[in-house]
Design a protein around this ligand. Structure first.
Ligand SMILES: Nc1ncnc2c1ncn2[C@@H]1O[C@H](COP(=O)(O)OP(=O)(O)OP(=O)(O)O)[C@@H](O)[C@H]1O
Length: 551
């Protein structure tokens, strides 16, 4: 995670509020008016006491009574309106941030996401973003409200005597600025540690769910449970420390408020003895001081909770700031497929060089096979032809154009890529195949399934093409999944097929049907990666990979 100060994180997150600045202004105005109403209920109570004691401050008891009633009603309404504005901003911004994060994920996919821990990623896009609600609904406007209300109350008390104003200003600064600053510094590391542990716990659960069969087969359950328990204990430990800090914060803040109320009493008493203020000044200053901590207290209470929000914000910013391996080409050339090739290509994932000076030619209308040991870089060649990654040096060309100069949408239309693992979504079989061509008719889908030798299997299911894949879940065999992946590729109908081990899970009958269908596709160009000699026999040209080199 990139190191950012709390101020940097706050500045970036606050920058997003700009389009909703007017709503934020409304929230602040209503918050200020609401707090002033609450404070002046008590202050007017003081006026009433003075009136009863015969010290008239120019306000009648009736006016005081009516004003207090109005303040009480207005306080409730303003508080509701302020909270409504803040939550409107928060949820609009959470939607905007989610949109930005999903946009960033689209840019980063697939190269940068291949290497990221999926469980951690899910906790960022779900709970970390959710936590930012605290910042937008309970941090920005309360800070502005505390600043304005404290300024007004300092001015009000300075109107009685300047020393009373200085005492109040010192109290507000300590409770609203100094304490939250110290607390957030102390709890920052814990907040970061908790968010990161939380993400890792998610990852651990996802791993365990995916590997359930392996866990059962190898009797790994106890060890896995111990791992989850120790993570859970660690999280409880961090949370308990954070709660302790929050408790200490709240106790210290309460003490400081009491101390400052006593200090205010002492200062006003001294001023009274010196004749600088009257008894009314003593009463009003103490009442005002005691009743005006609400806004700064709201900020002080944020202190320790904010550390988690800042850590969540930083994790979200990490995704937004990450640079993609490959930038989409949105203004390049449209192509009509005429053949492809690699010329002296070198490629590394990080420091590890995978392809060393690889060249190959894919002629239009032919089947090009790539064979080689596991890990020799065969799938990597297909990923480079898809431009999921850029080459280090050398050139990849399609229809005579450098692949980087081709419009990405045109590239995707010209290529149909089938990976080793067919991902099926929780939807009907028909819709799962339809993702390759959204406007495909049922006839086109059936035709693609026949070529992939999966039509009969689908027809034998109780609901045929309407069968939900979710219902079947893992009961689909490897070969069935593979044939559904092939049906997608046939339906996509791109001129260039990139097939990574398309027959590895198939029996020889299904393999033969599919190879016949591939051979029958007249204008189709195919790049085929396979370990099966029976599949490789249909290749017109075969390249062999060894230790990253083409032989
Ligand atoms: N995203 C990645 N980040 C880092 N290393 C990777 C990544 N993808 C693949 N590799 C590594 O690159 C090497 C080549 O992988 P590739 O998948 O191209 O091999 P392959 O020849 O297709 O293997 P197989 O026949 O087993 O499918 C392997 O050592 C693999 O571990």
């Amino acid at each position: 995670m990139k190191k950012r100060s709390s101020l940097q994180i706050m500045a970036r997150l606050t920058g997003l509020v700009r389009p909703l600045a007017f709503v934020m202004l409304g929230a602040v105005i209503m918050g200020v008016a609401g707090f002033l109403s609450a404070i002046f209920i008590t202050v007017f109570g003081g006026y009433a006491v003075l009136d009863v004691l015969g010290i008239n401050r120019g306000i009648s008891l009736t006016t005081i009574f009516i004003s207090v009633c109005i303040f009480a009603v207005v306080r409730g309404i303003l508080r509701y309106a302020e909270q409504a504005c803040n939550h409107y901003i928060a949820f609009r911004l959470l939607a905007l941030i989610r949109d930005k994060v999903f946009g960033a994920l689209r840019r980063l996919a697939p190269a940068k996401l291949e290497c990221r821990d999926k469980g951690n990623l899910i906790s960022i896009i779900t709970s970390d973003i959710e936590l930012l609600e605290v910042f937008y609904a309970h941090t920005i406007s309360p800070c502005c409200i505390a600043l304005i209300v404290s300024g007004i109350m300092t001015a009000f008390l300075s109107g009685i005597h300047v020393l009373l104003g200085v005492t109040a200003a010192a109290a507000y600064l300590i409770v609203g600025v100094l304490i939250p600053f110290i607390i957030s510094r102390r709890s920052r590391e814990k907040g970061e540690a908790f968010r990161s542990e939380f993400g890792e716990m998610n990852a651990c659960f996802m791993d365990s769910m995916r590997g359930l069969r392996e866990i059962i087969q190898y009797g790994f359950g106890e060890k896995r449970l111990d791992d989850i328990n120790s993570r859970s204990d660690k999280m409880s430990g961090i949370e308990s420390e954070m709660k302790k800090t929050a408790g200490t914060n709240s106790a210290v803040t309460g003490q400081i408020i009491l101390v400052f109320t006593v200090i205010m009493l002492a200062v006003s008493a001294i001023l009274y003895q010196k004749g600088s203020i009257g008894f009314d000044g003593v009463l009003l200053s103490v009442i005002t001081m005691a009743s005006s901590f609400g806004p700064v207290l709201a900020v002080a209470n944020l202190g320790s909770g904010l550390s988690q929000t800042m850590a969540a914000g930083s994790r979200v910013l990490d995704i937004l700031d990450d640079t993609p391996e490959v930038r989409e080409n949105i203004s390049g050339a449209q192509i009509e497929f005429e053949g492809a090739g690699l010329k002296n290509v070198h490629f590394s994932y990080g420091d590890e060089e995978i392809l060393k000076d690889v060249s190959l030619e894919v002629k239009k209308g032919t089947i090009t096979g790539i064979v080689g040991k596991s890990g020799s870089g065969k799938s990597t060649i297909l990923k480079l032809l898809m431009r999921f990654w850029n080459t280090g040096s050398g050139e990849i060309h399609i229809s005579g154009k450098d692949i980087r100069e081709i419009l990405t949408t045109s590239l995707r239309e010209n290529e149909g890529y089938m990976t080793q693992e067919t991902q099926l979504f929780h939807d009907s079989i028909e819709n799962n195949i339809r993702i390759a061509k959204r406007d495909a008719t049922r006839e086109e889908i059936v035709e693609a399934c026949r070529k992939a030798s999966v039509h009969e299997f689908i027809s034998s299911l109780p609901n045929g093409y309407e069968t939900e894949v979710g219902e079947l879940g893992s009961t689909l065999s490897g070969g069935e999944r593979q044939r559904l992946g092939l049906a997608r590729a046939f339906l996509h109908n791109a001129p260039l097929f990139l097939l990574d081990e398309p027959t590895s899970n198939l029996d020889s009958l299904n393999e033969a049907i599919i190879l016949k269908a591939l051979r029958g596709e007249k204008d189709r160009t195919v790049v085929l990666v396979s370990h099966r000699p029976s599949t490789m026999r249909i290749a017109d040209t075969t390249y062999a990979m060894e230790n990253g080199r083409m032989s």
